[in-house]
Structures are given as structure tokens and as C-alpha cells.
Ligand binder design. Structure first.
Ligand SMILES: [Zn+2]
Length: 331
């Protein structure tokens, strides 16, 4: 503890997705966190932060409980078997408690989410370098869209991806109309990954029994939609379907809904989304805004999160701007 700990600790929440021994896996090109780096990051975090549980955070947000200096919560999105095989044992060995978000289609449906199909298409070993060109050709051939206009508007790099990769993701995630999007995703997934979606889902996704075992070991689960749709762009009935799916998944594994946790897919949320999530009983919501927050003043339905890539993966790594912000605390 430093001599001048702030009286308002700044909360750090870290977001993870895939965590696996990447080099030995079937898709070494997947955008995943290597298990070795995950373990290094846990050691770095343990050196500098007070690791808290989801329940600690809820008590601070909703009952005014005090948090220790530089509190840090770990969250894991999308319900992968990685979380049972690699994350759960690592957290247990360190006495840590994580918060996991599994969409109901992954957890209960035995299907591969479209967002995951896109990731594995991008990671496939035989991927031609011009996946963006291939997508354009598919859209032209099928008369689904005008690639030239799409390129001009959407072929731009973002925080983590090159222009071509970001272009493919944007088109397949939300730019194309839903039918064209699904058609293109399925065509590319069959061509580059597999035609056996059910078999692929079995190895990719967490099972309900694994989730129950993880809860028994001190982990917690929150809602993450049904089909993992962009909630802010859903028609009201679709938004209700996403939230109802979340409730179904949590009830299946005995996790809390009333007073529970919700993670907006892609971090996307609006006033209407937050109101619907709150109405269903969830009290704490997570976004993907890269920031720290003051638990005393933050909207509990808009908790920001850092990405794992924002922090070091080596226990001996020196400080980092986010750690400096956590040290300064709120004014
Ligand atoms: Zn997600």
C-alpha cells in the first residue's frame, strides 16, 4: 500500500475472451490470450491490485460497502470451454473469483454464435490473404451489396485490427442486413472451418454442467444475451428475446438474475437497453468502454472494462498508465 491511498478507490475491471495454450491448439491464428500470458497477467495483477469478487463489487455498488485499495475484478465473456479447462483451475489455485458471461445459444443451444464463426474464419489456417476480397466477390456474385460503397465507408483500422480485418468484421457483425450477413458468415464458415457446426460447438462452448461446477468452485455467472445480438440495434421483441435467453441460461445453472450481473454483447447499450435489463432484475451491467470508474459515483449499469491487452502479461513488468490511474484514485 502506498502512503497516499485515495479515499475513493478507482475500480479496474478486466475483460477476457479466449484463453488457451494457443501454439498447441487447432487454431493458432485465433485472436486469443495465450495461457502463459494469462498466468503472467494474474501474477502482475496480484502484485499491484486487490483482487475482488463479483459479490464484493455488488456490495460496494448497491450497499455502499468499502472496497480495498486498487480493487480489480476479472470477467470472462462468451462461455468458452477455455474458461472451464484453463481459467477456472488457474483462478482456483490463486483463490480468485471470476465473473463469466455465457450467451444462452452457446451454453444451452449447442450452436456456434455468428460472432464466433467470424473469429474462426479469420483464424483458419488456409485462409487466403484476401478474405476481404473474397467477401466482396461473394456479395457481388449473390447481388447482396455493393462492395465499392462498403469499402469506402468501412475499410478502416480500429484499436486492434488492420483495415481489412476490421472491414470483414464490421460487415459480418452489423453492416450487412441480417439475411445477407448470415448467408455470408455461413458460406465462409463452411468453406474455411467446418460443415459440422454441432461438433464444433461441442468443443468450443462451456456446458451447463461445467458452469454449475464452476459456480460450486466460487465462480459467478451473468447474462450475455441469447444470440449475442447488438442490443442497441434490436427491435423491442428481439431485445426481449436476448434478455429472456439470458434469464433462461442463468436459471439453468442456478445463477442469480434478481440483483445479478449483465454484460452487453459488444458492450453496446442504450437507455432503452439498460431499462430493459434493469426491469428483468439485473442490477450491475458491464460495457467495453476502456476506463476505470469510481464505484461510489458510476452508474452500476455502465461499468467500464479494460481489455486484457491493455495490461502487461509479465509478473515483473513495471507500472502501466492504467495502474497509475488506479493509484491516483478519484479526486
Ligand atoms: Zn460477447
Amino acid at each position: 500500500m502506498t502512503q497516499q491511498e485515495p479515499c475513493h478507490p478507482q475500480l479496474t475491471v478486466v475483460m477476457y475472451h479466449y484463453v488457451r495454450p494457443l501454439a498447441q491448439s487447432a487454431y493458432p491464428g485465433l485472436k486469443a490470450l495465450k495461457l502463459r500470458d494469462f498466468l503472467g497477467q494474474l501474477d502482475w495483477l496480484a502484485r499491484h491490485y486487490s483482487m475482488i469478487s463479483p459479490q464484493d463489487l455488488a456490495a460496494a455498488l448497491h450497499s455502499g460497502a468499502r472496497l480495498p485499495p486498487r480493487p480489480c475484478l476479472l470477467t470472462f465473456d462468451d462461455g468458452y470451454s477455455d474458461h472451464f479447462q484453463h481459467v477456472f483451475p488457474a483462478l482456483q489455485a490463486r483463490g480468485l473469483k471470476g465473473l463469466f458471461f455465457a450467451p444462452s445459444t452457446s451454453l444451452l443451444g449447442g450452436r456456434v454464435l455468428e460472432v464466433n464463426k467470424i473469429q474462426f474464419v479469420l483464424a483458419s489456417r488456409d485462409q487466403p490473404c484476401g478474405l476481404a476480397d473474397q467477401l466482396d466477390a461473394l456479395l457481388s456474385r449473390e447481388g447482396l451489396a455493393d462492395p465499392a460503397a462498403l469499402r469506402a465507408a468501412h475499410c478502416l483500422p480500429n484499436r486492434f485490427d488492420t483495415a481489412n480485418v476490421a472491414y470483414v468484421k464490421r460487415l459480418l457483425q452489423y453492416v450487412l442486413p441480417a439475411p445477407a450477413r448470415s448467408f455470408a458468415i455461413d458460406a465462409l464458415f463452411r468453406q474455411h472451418v467446418t460443415a459440422d457446426e454441432a461438433g464444433f460447438a461441442q468443443t468450443l462452448n462451456l456446458t451447463p454442467d461445467q458452469a454449475v461446477e464452476m459456480r460450486g468452485g466460487g465462480m459467478e455467472f451473468g447474462g450475455h444475451g441469447d444470440l449475442h445480438l447488438w442490443h442497441g440495434q434490436c427491435a423491442p421483441a428481439d431485445l426481449q428475446g436476448e434478455i429472456a435467453g439470458s434469464v433462461r441460461a442463468l436459471e439453468r445453472i442456478g445463477a442469480p438474475v434478481r440483483g445479478g450481473f449483465y454484460c452487453y454483447p459488444f458492450g453496446e447499450q442504450t437507455n432503452a437497453v439498460r431499462a430493459a435489463v434493469n426491469l428483468a432484475g439485473f442490477r450491475t451491467g458491464f460495457t467495453v468502454q476502456a476506463a476505470l470508474c469510481d464505484p461510489l459515483t458510476v452508474d452500476p449499469l455502465q461499468i467500464p472494462r479494460l481489455d486484457t491487452r491493455d495490461l502487461p502479461c509479465d509478473a515483473r513488468a513495471p507500472s502501466n498508465p492504467w495502474l497509475e490511474s488506479a493509484r491516483k484514485g478519484a479526486a
